[in-house]
Design a protein around this ligand. Sequence first.
Ligand code: NAD
Ligand code: AHE
Ligand code: ZN
Length: 374
Amino acid sequence: MKTRAAVAVAAGKPLEIMEVNLDGPHDGEVLIEIKATGICHTDEFTLSGADPEGIFPAILGHEGAGVVVDVGKGVTTVKKGDHVIPLYTPECRQCPSCLSRKTNLCTAIRATQGQGVMPDGTSRFSIGKDKIFHYMGCSTFSNFTVLPEIAVAKVDPAAPFDKICYIGCGVTTGIGAVLNTAKVEEGATAAVFGLGGIGLNVIQGLKLAGADMIIGVDLNDDKKAWGERFGLTHFVNPKKVDNVVQAIVEMTRRGADQIGGADYTFDCTGNVTVMRQALECSHRGWGQSIVIGVAGAGQEISTRPFQLVTGRSWRGTAFGGARGRTDVPKIVDWYMNGKIEIDPMITHTLRLEDINKGFDLMHAGESIRSVVVY
Ligand code: NAD
Ligand code: AHE
Ligand code: ZN
């Protein structure tokens, strides 16, 4: 079949809207009509050329929602008409990682996914004889796409596509980082670096977990009000203090010994200097710093080992530690029941033809989430 898609033709170039060929689902795969897709900073990261796994031409996008329109042989867990969210972190429930119960990082199809192809090593997308690569196993910047059955979560059909697409990455990543990865407890103190599409969801998760003090850190003062909308209690602009680490340590001094530092810190920027700051303002003895941001090729993190010797932990999370097929439907229910908010964070709704505007808005710091509706 033919489908409309925004194609990343080369690193650093705007996406090009075109009609591409899409082959139907092979065994164990499903064809999905994508109804809406968010634009995540990770799409921008890969398009910029900073992603070591970035390959072109490719159809980016990994934050979608849609309807199953066809299924390949052997598919048993979803059927035509089901509403689904594509999963860049699948859940096969059979690989050693899934069975370990220690991680959400299913390994069933990770190798081929990173090479921009389906598990059988081929691509379903092409233009003429030229292959176009898949992206993060999802390619939601195409109106129709093909995914393995293990990489779709079946969700409440009453849920609006243009909102729940955000659960395909940002919402789940932010809230999951707090609840699944850090396991933040009631009364905790926390600092969140970067109050964008991910950081605001970390704040939302911290509020759910019952954190007492939620400090937001962003270079953009407009993000203070955004953070407060979801539970932020304090705000720091690193440009307006001498030393952001010291500022947070001072703000969090409490207890008889007056040692400062946040119980939990989160990097939601992808900047390795910020990652270090986040670690170093976490509390001596027990502070946990969670890396969510994705850093470009060649970037490395560093700190004095003494920071770790004295009890701070540096950890990371992908997709908020969520097991997609199990957890994503629950998060959709949380949204439908009013336990979490999504609507206010979707600041812009665009047509596919205007998708590059979504990247411009992100660069200008004017959007939280832009969503393309097909
Ligand atoms: P975004 O562009 O919406 O937000 C980034 C925010 O960081 C902005 O508000 C910006 O002003 C702020 N910022 C930038 N530099 C800063 C600095 N030096 N100090 C403080 N604040 C700073 O991006 P997003 O969609 O929220 O994504 C954030 C990061 O998370 C990206 O690196 C993205 O690739 C990554 N990400 C990771 C996962 C995962 O599973 N680990 C999932 C989604 C996104
Ligand atoms: N391809 C990059 C890393 C990109 C990355 O870390 N991706 C996150 C999800 S970001 C979503 O917005 C992730 O899930 N990583 C785990 C995985 O298996 O990809 C690189 O550096 O090579
Ligand atoms: Zn993402």
